[in-house]
Write a protein that binds this ligand. Structure first.
Ligand code: MRU
Length: 335
């Protein structure tokens, strides 16, 4: 991804391997500081995932692949490392896909550093292809709404939902992005807006409850979001608040697309009812910038994701093409 630094443009990815260390952009500090977090052990990689130094399904998968490769380099027990990494966040299917993929390669004798770098390379290629496949959906002058952050930060590079926008811009189209702020952790305001600013893609951040207003006014041409897990019937989980955006889009006859690589599709689940939904600390809701915003005696609930039924999805933008929910079975996993 492009980053503006001291008047220059630099290219950087959300994470990478450096010898035996896994290096992450510390996403907890954006948009104010661009600093790296260096994980030197399995528990530091697990901490980086659960504390959301790194987040977004494909990036969580890549972090887990690197963490397992690191454990192999350090001569640790692979099963124990996979168990620790797998216990970090329950919803993103890429985490489990990546652990299985990497374990298989390591047990087959692949060099650990090569396995980690290969997983990263495949992830980035898939996202680039999602961008190519999704860009025709963005017409010149389109206004696109997105929720949470499904950009390069969430996927190592390019993004899922943001990849078609990046490619459309590179193809010379003009576009405008509505960015839901995404309470409680503000991934839209902090991360998506930061990425779009770095890329000079015009955008406005809106409060989460403003999306319906702009849809009704005809100010949204299409929605593109990412996902953490897709069930075989096309129901999908994504950041809390996605479901209501999809319902609003249908009500306003606005196409609603979900961008994801095959590593996010869990064919073992027949419906979205079976997707495990992470519930995070209530402090993320009760506190804003370190200040409590509700009475001491009140409780909060903090589901991190919701499930949107397949009937609200116009299409899944994948590296293999754009599919209706009932066509998802065509995405066989080959690697
Ligand atoms: O809790 P997060 O920030 O990990 O949630 C991220 C999302 O919900 C993204 O939309 C999803 O992982 C798709 S990322 C390409």
């Amino acid at each position: 991804m492009r980053v503006k630094k001291n008047g220059n443009i630099e290219e950087i990815t959300a994470l990478w391997m450096e010898d035996k260390n896994v290096v992450f952009i510390d996403q907890r500090l954006l948009p104010h500081k661009l600093e790296m977090f260096v994980a030197k052990s399995t528990s530091e990689v697990a901490y980086a995932i659960s504390d959301m130094v790194v987040r977004g399904a494909p990036a969580i998968g890549a972090a887990a692949a690197c963490g397992l490769a690191q454990a192999a380099m350090l001569g640790q027990d692979l099963e124990a490392a996979a168990k620790e990494l797998g216990a970090t966040r329950p919803t993103a299917y890429d985490l489990f896909y990546a652990l299985d993929w990497t374990k298989e390669r390591l047990q087959g004798g692949m060099d650990p550093l090569e396995a980690a770098r290969k997983y990263i390379e495949i992830t980035v290629e898939r996202c680039f292809q999602i961008g190519l496949n999704g860009s025709p959906l963005i017409k010149d002058g389109a206004k696109v709404l997105t929720h949470c952050n499904a950009g390069a930060l969430a996927t190592v590079d390019y993004g899922t939902a943001l990849a078609p926008m990046r490619i459309a811009r590179d193809q010379g189209k003009s576009l405008f992005v509505w960015v839901d702020e995404t309470r409680p952790r503000l991934q839209g305001a902090n991360l998506t807006a930061w990425e779009l600013f770095q890329e000079d893609i015009p955008h406005s951040v809106i409060a989460d409850n403003a999306a319906g207003h702009f849809m009704r006014l005809g100010e949204v041409d299409l929605c593109i979001v990412g996902t953490d897990r897709v069930a075989a019937n096309g129901d999908f989980a994504n950041k809390i608040g996605t479901y209501e955006k999809a319902v609003l889009a249908k009500e306003n006859e606005i196409p609603f697309y979900v961008a994801a690589p095959v590593s996010t599709v869990d064919f073992s689940l027949t419906s979205g009812d079976d997707i495990p939904i992470e519930e995070r600390s209530q402090d993320e809701v009760s506190m804003v910038m370190g200040i409590r915003v509700m009475p001491e005696g009140s409780n909060a609930r903090n589901p991190a994701f919701d499930v949107t039924p397949a009937r609200y999805v116009t299409g899944f933008i994948t590296e293999k093409g754009v599919f209706r929910p009932d066509q998802l079975g065509k995405l066989e996993v080959i690697d």
